[in-house]
Design a protein around this ligand. Structure first.
Ligand SMILES: C[S@@+](CC[C@H](N)C(=O)[O-])C[C@H]1O[C@@H](n2cnc3c(N)ncnc32)[C@H](O)[C@@H]1O
Length: 260
């Protein structure tokens, strides 16, 4: 039996980064390909709200972009800034709420790719977030926003697992849906992180809530922030050559929002 701890997986940035950090390449390539296709003028400054450990920001900094970001979790931001500093990029991210922040200088491109936006619990915070992003991105720039929509037909994805290994440390993560609280429009999710070393097995047990969006609900949200227009939609295959046409069965979407 594992030693079980109840807590947030985001409080364990080194485990989070080992688990999801290896998954940077498709997203990184996709963002780079979005620039000539969707941004007006060149891009040198990129911003990630709710950047966590900065698994993508570090790669973008290494590719020559000036980066910025924020996250509510102080441990994730410390992890992110410590790594940035080790590689000579200063401490470019701050502790902050993605629905209540301002930047000193505008960015050319923003991104938020893996459903993180759905952490925002209600319409008010979602609108506030988009308004903050609209203020942070210059006209002609883009905000790449990746979320799972709630399909209205077909079968919805019910669970996902990931695993990673470094030396003697192995981590497995499992996330499953426990159902939807329709009154609050919240999907309830169980998450476990199993951490194995040759002599131990610990398990972190977490619970998350993600706001649900049907396509019509997302469109109605976007209407409240006219500074952004949908330029294109892709899916989590991140194939720039294959824009995605949203249907009733669509789940994963990356909206390219153009700052107009
Ligand atoms: C799934 S992780 C994604 C981290 C990073 N964007 C990535 O792609 O690896 C979600 C992150 O959102 C952060 N978060 C949740 N609500 C937030 C909020 N209101 N403002 C800022 N960060 C938030 C969490 O602390 C966590 O680091």
């Amino acid at each position: 039996m594992p030693d079980t701890i109840e807590g947030s997986i985001y409080d364990y940035p080194s485990y989070y980064d080992l688990l999801f950090g290896s998954d940077w390449k498709a997203e990184f390539d996709f963002l780079q390909k979005c620039i000539p296709k969707h941004c007006t003028k060149s891009v040198s400054r990129v911003f990630e709200p709710a950047c966590g450990t900065g698994r993508l920001l570090i790669k973008l900094a290494q590719a020559g972009y000036e980066v910025g970001g924020n996250d509510l979790n102080e441990k994730a931001i410390d992890f992110c800034n410590d790594r940035m500093e080790r590689y000579g990029y200063g401490r470019p991210t701050t502790v902050g709420d993605m629905s209540d922040f301002r930047v000193k200088r505008k960015f050319d491109l923003g991104f938020n790719l893996i459903n993180t936006f759905r952490h925002l619990p209600d319409e008010q915070s979602a609108v506030a977030h988009l308004q903050c992003m609209a203020a942070a991105i210059r006209k002609g720039g883009i905000y790449a926003l990746g979320i799972h929509l709630e399909p209205t037909e077909g079968t919805k994805m019910e669970e996902e697992s990931w695993s990673a290994r470094r030396g003697n440390l192995a981590i497995t993560s499992h996330m499953w849906t426990k159902g939807i609280d329709r009154r609050r429009r919240m999907e309830l999710l169980g998450v476990t992180l199993d951490i194995y070393t040759p002599t131990s097995h610990r398990q972190i047990v977490d619970h998350m809530e993600y706001r649900t969006y049907r396509h019509a609900q997302f469109k109605s949200l976007l209407k409240k922030v006219p500074e952004f227009e949908v330029e294109e939609v892709y899916d989590f295959a991140y194939d720039i050559k294959r824009p995605h046409k949203i249907t009733a069965e669509t789940e994963d979407c990356v909206f390219i929002l153009k700052r107009v």
